[in-house]
Ligand binder design. Structure first.
Ligand code: UT7
Length: 323
């Protein structure tokens, strides 16, 4: 008998305002054609003035609780993956805890940029396996519109805001890859590449700063590392690409998604793609895509799902789970 972290509910929230690519044509030397052909992005959501990451996260959390038929008091841990917290501290997770009216258990943030949700899932899984928690609310939430340089056409057209949340609950499995729940995780980082993607402000500069990215270099690493980490995670449980029902990748660029699927040997008909509607929402992109995949009837109980992501750090990783 093996303890497993099984998904019991999922939900997401997107801010009301939808910004099409043509909006950027008004202020920048760019075009809808360039953005679509180089990234696959057609539109993204931006938070309203005053709307914060913790608010987006709370909406998504409530949707996940609804689906699970759970109350906030049933949750004993909240983990939020974010790089755009409302404040330097306290954590967004404690803000969500307060908004949900949950006064017990524990809450903390994970900061691994676009790989944040994979890192948060891995943390939640480890805590469930160790018996430290039975029900964990895992959230990815971002307001990247707050850290854009609106004069930099090579970055500001790529990102969006949103949040996704899921609930993991401890269950007993038989210990094989037929079990429902998280079956394997693979985490990696290499700080030698910290200057490829970063925000040029923070506590040290006493201002928030804006995102800076060497897009071409990040692209090169993504194409090389994403299929590798997904393969490694699958190998840990004796599975391979043929066993996969759905790949749910980080949604940064359709060309990265396609090339990773090709390397993995998975057809695009088995990949959940939301980049056209959400842009790159960093740590929120995977739970958003999972939630959309479930609501569209693609991901069903028993399906083998692989998620993979890479972002600033560089930090990257994958999670294999049976839905
Ligand atoms: O989530 C974290 C991980 N992040 C990523 O995975 C992002 C990875 N990188 C990428 O997705 C791509 O590298 C980008 C979409 C950022 C850029 O695509 P690219 O095919 O690598 O284009 P590029 O950077 O090589 O730029 C090609 C040309 C340049 O012009 P020149 O130097 O060839 O004259 C850019 O200045 O496109 C120009 N350009 C633009 N043109 C119109 C860059 N941004 C724009 C723009 N509109 N918005």
């Amino acid at each position: 008998m093996t303890r497993r972290a099984v998904v019991k509910g999922i939900g997401h929230y997107l801010p009301e305002r939808i910004v099409p690519n043509t909006e950027f044509e008004k202020t920048l030397d760019t075009s809808n054609d360039w953005i679509v052909s180089r990234s696959g992005i057609e539109r993204r959501h931006f938070a309203a003035e005053g709307e914060t990451t913790s608010q987006l996260a709370t909406h998504a959390a409530k949707a996940a609780l609804d689906m699970a038929g759970m109350d906030a008091s049933d949750i004993d841990a909240i983990i939020v993956a974010t790089s755009t917290p409302d404040n330097t501290f306290p954590s967004v997770a404690t803000m969500v805890q307060s908004a949900l009216g949950n006064t017990t258990g524990f809450a903390f943030d994970v900061q691994a940029v676009c790989a944040g949700f994979v890192y948060a899932m891995s943390n939640a899984n480890a805590m469930i396996l160790a018996g430290q928690a039975d029900r964990v609310l895992v959230i990815g939430a971002e307001t990247f519109s707050r850290i854009m340089d609106w004069t930099d056409r090579s970055t500001c057209v790529l990102f969006g805001d949103g949040a996704g949340a899921l609930i993991l609950e401890a269950e007993t499995g038989i210990g094989t890859s037929d079990d429902r729940g998280i079956l394997a995780t693979d985490l990696n980082s290499d700080g030698r590449y910290k200057d490829l993607l970063y925000v040029d402000g923070g506590v040290a500069t006493q201002n928030t700063g804006v995102l800076r990215m060497e897009g071409k270099e990040v692209f090169r690493h993504a194409v090389e590392k994403l299929a590798q980490t997904a393969d490694t995670a699958l190998e840990k449980v004796g599975l391979s690409a043929e066993d996969v029902d759905w790949v749910v990748p980080h949604q940064a660029n359709i060309r990265i998604i396609q090339s990773t699927a090709r390397k993995l040997g998975v057809g695009m008909d088995r990949v959940v793609v939301t980049v056209q509607d959400h842009g790159n929402t960093s740590a929120a992109s995977i739970p958003l895509a999972l939630s959309v995949g479930v609501s569209e009837g693609k991901i069903k109980p028993g399906d083998l799902v692989v998620t993979e992501a890479i972002g600033g750090g560089l930090a990257w990783g994958a999670v294999v789970l049976r839905w």
